[in-house]
Design a protein around this ligand. Structure first.
Ligand SMILES: Nc1ncnc2c1ncn2[C@@H]1O[C@H](COP(=O)(O)OP(=O)(O)O)[C@@H](O)[C@H]1O
Ligand SMILES: [Mg+2]
Length: 256
């Protein structure tokens, strides 16, 4: 891709006391690309994305955003820079309506005489159309999130992040708790988001989920990267084998 990367992680290290969770990991995130981060439990995936989203500071290493060296000071800073993370627990409130969850304190207002009031109609109609764009036909904007399927909830959280300006969308294991049908809905949502030019970092330990949406695949193993391969350069068996920590990708390690 000719444009400069949206985000680069350069030789990122992270220690928690004596635990070396990341031992020098580099990764490049480009516009409109879905970059899969694979690795077994404890590989360092969550630690890496928490560094990207300002939850943790790296012990060492550099982060570049739009070509500039940047310190992602905290989660608020990351969100303002367009880096949004959808965690597994989603931060949705099951008993509240889909619409309230989508807007969560950012509801639109309108003036009635001198008074500002929440514009529920406008909020609901934007929600319905944003969800429709993701391929989800809600029955009613006022239905509670608790009545949605797991896949639909993921899609609400993703749609919300994108609507509020995410340029880089980080998804931590979005499909790990879902069945086959729900997984395919979420993968379709990811596909639609990517088509808008949003960069996606997709964390998974499921090789087939990753292969069905990924443009690039980075495998982490015990805090080290085993390399980055592009779609077409690597197949299911090779990725699965790397996940077990047995093989480096040096012969495929191009520009990341
Ligand atoms: N806040 C923390 N304090 C101490 N150790 C941590 C902390 N977070 C993660 N770790 C350790 O860092 C390593 C990588 O964890 P993590 O990034 O959660 O891996 P993954 O998401 O790939 O399963 C593990 O050994 C884990 O125990
Ligand atoms: Mg994790």
């Amino acid at each position: 891709m000719s444009t400069s990367p949206m985000m680069e992680l350069l030789d990122i290290k992270k220690n928690f006391g004596s635990v070396n969770a990341l031992k020098g990991v580099s990764m490049t995130i480009n516009k409109g690309e879905c970059h899969c981060l694979l690795g077994d439990n404890g590989a360092g995936k969550s630690t890496l994305i928490k560094i990207m989203s300002g939850v943790h500071q790296p012990t060492d290493g550099q982060i570049h955003i739009d070509g500039k060296s940047t310190i992602v000071k905290g989660p608020r800073y990351a969100i303002d820079a367009g880096i949004a993370t959808v965690y597994q627990d989603l931060a949705l409130i099951p008993l509240m309506s889909v619409s309230r969850n989508f807007w969560l304190g950012r509801e639109l207002t309108k003036k009635i005489g001198p008074i500002n009031v929440l514009d529920f109609e406008q909020c609901n109609s934007i929600l319905m159309s944003e969800m429709k764009k993701m391929g989800i036909q809600l029955r009613d904007p006022n239905q509670s999130v608790g009545t949605l399927s797991g896949g639909e909830r993921q899609s609400v959280a993703i749609a919300r992040a994108v609507f509020f300006g995410a340029k880089i969308l980080i998804l931590d294991e979005p499909t790990s708790a879902l069945g086959v049908y729900q997984t395919s809905n979420v993968l379709q949502t990811i596909e639609k988001v990517r088509a808008k030019g949003v960069a996606i970092v997709f964390i998974s330990h499921n090789v087939s989920h990753a292969l069905s949406v990924g443009d690039k695949f980075t495998v982490l193993c015990r805090g080290e990267t085993l390399g980055t391969a592009r779609r077409g350069e690597i197949d299911y068996d090779e990725l699965q084998f790397m996940m077990s920590g047995n093989k480096k990708l040096s012969e495929l390690q191009k520009d990341g």
